[in-house]
Design a protein around this ligand. Structure first.
Ligand code: ACO
Length: 379
């Protein structure tokens, strides 16, 4: 066997750890500080709303009054799924994971969009608006179809957060739940070069269309090491079953070298600022909705993981008990992430198109070389 030819003499960054792949001005992470376009997440979460955040992510600055009003009007107009698309979507099987359904439904939505193949900036902004206005409609449609219920049309005078809860449950949501959900949408909207945003950018870098890039991102978000972790967290809390079992459960899990879902992060080593905000929301909401043990178990795991392993919770950890307290089905948690993150994906795709170079890294060859083809009868 011939010697493998080395194509690269530096260290291989498995998982691209520490690699800076592009410049970006959408969101930044410095130690424990996350900013959207220069504003801290704490400031934005306390004072803004999801619609304004979408504008901020796509335009680089906060909108003035008339810009925001115009943008909300455009979002409302985009909150519409063509009837024949709804008819086809309602025929898709619902005995799959909702993220698989959402991936397919988003791809189908692209087939129904007349501007899909128009890669001008103007058309891509229209499509970003439609994708963001409709992602929640798709998730709600999935849940309604699965329950054998009819699709609830959105109320165009209300926000994306209000409408999502309304379409999901078929009843008008109370204002506190809407505020909490809106904050969740803000907290999940963007996060620098995370796995799904990077997937979207890689697909966009071939100058493929925005729907293809968002479908790539949904596929990446689905995995349990990324957005899929929020669903796994609630399953873990349910498996633990109560405060009296949490300590022995964690001791056994760590002894078995299990990954504890909702902990650790590639970039944050001193804590995820979104988890701090969500922890307070979880404490308040679990108590209010009669499930305080979900927060108590979470807090115990948080303290113990930090003390014993030096690992801190990420965004998925406390969002799980928040969504659970809101009565959202467990397997809808990750689709909710997509309802918000689609705004960040679109911002990244627009940024990628505006300063594009195709992503094409190399792989270090470690397989055999110099082999000669053998006819099948001689193998
Ligand atoms: N539970 C137990 N140990 C962990 C965890 C965890 N959740 N996370 C990291 N570790 C340990 C690893 O086993 C490893 O230990 P070792 O050095 O002794 O082998 C060390 O910490 C470093 O972990 P890596 O997996 O190498 O870290 P990486 O940066 O590759 O992965 C990730 C980050 C994927 C988030 C990881 O921490 C993890 O799998 N967490 C659980 C899943 C999760 O919560 N994902 C959501 C992340 S946030 C988001 O994507 C929205």
């Amino acid at each position: 066997m011939a010697e493998a030819v080395k194509i690269y003499d530096g260290a291989i960054n498995k998982g691209l750890e520490g690699v800076v792949a592009c410049t970006t001005s959408i969101s930044s992470i410095v130690d424990t500080t996350l900013c959207y376009r220069g504003y801290t997440i704490e400031d934005i979460a306390a004072n803004s709303n999801f619609e304004e955040v979408c504008w901020l992510l796509w335009n680089g600055q906060l909108p003035n009054k008339s810009e925001l009003e115009g943008f909300k009007k455009n979002l409302k107009n985009a909150m519409h799924l063509p009837a024949d698309l709804v008819e086809q979507l309602a025929k898709l099987p619902t005995n799959t994971h909702p993220m698989a359904w959402l991936r397919t439904a988003t791809s189908m939505m692209g087939m129904w969009d007349k501007e899909t193949e128009d890669n001008s900036e103007e058309a891509n902004r229209h499509k970003s608006l439609r994708l963001t206005a409709r992602m929640g409609m798709l998730v709600a449609l999935f849940k309604r179809v699965r329950e054998g219920k009819s699709f609830v049309q959105p109320n165009p005078d209300k926000s994306i957060a209000w409408n999502f809860l309304y379409m999901l449950n078929g009843i008008e949501p109370d204002s506190e739940m809407v505020d909490i959900f809106d904050t969740c949408l803000i907290l999940h909207a963007d996060h620098e070069l995370n796995c799904s945003a990077f997937s979207a950018r890689v697909t966009a870098s071939s100058l493929s269309d925005i729907y293809s890039a968002v479908v790539s991102a949904i596929g990446a978000l689905k995995g349990p090491l990324h957005g899929g972790a929020n669903e796994q967290v609630i399953l873990m809390l349910q498996e633990i079953g109560g405060m009296d079992k949490v300590d022995s459960w964690l001791t056994d899990a760590l002894a078995e070298k299990k990954k504890i879902m909702g902990f650790g992060h590639r970039v944050y080593k001193n804590g995820d600022p979104r988890a701090k905000i969500l922890s307070q929301m979880s404490e308040r909401l679990t108590k209010k909705m009669g499930h305080p043990e979900y927060y108590q178990m979470s807090k115990y795991l948080d303290d113990k993981m930090q003390a014993d392993k030096g690992l801190l919770p990420n965004v998925d950890f406390y969002s799980a008990s928040v969504y659970f307290s809101m009565g959202i089905p467990t397997d809808i948690f990750t689709p909710i992430f997509a309802v918000s993150r689609v705004s960040g994906w679109c911002a990244h795709i627009l940024e990628q198109y505006s300063n594009n170079r195709i992503y094409r890294p190399r792989g270090e060859w470690v397989g055999p070389t110099g082999l000669k083809y053998k006819p099948i009868d001689a193998r």
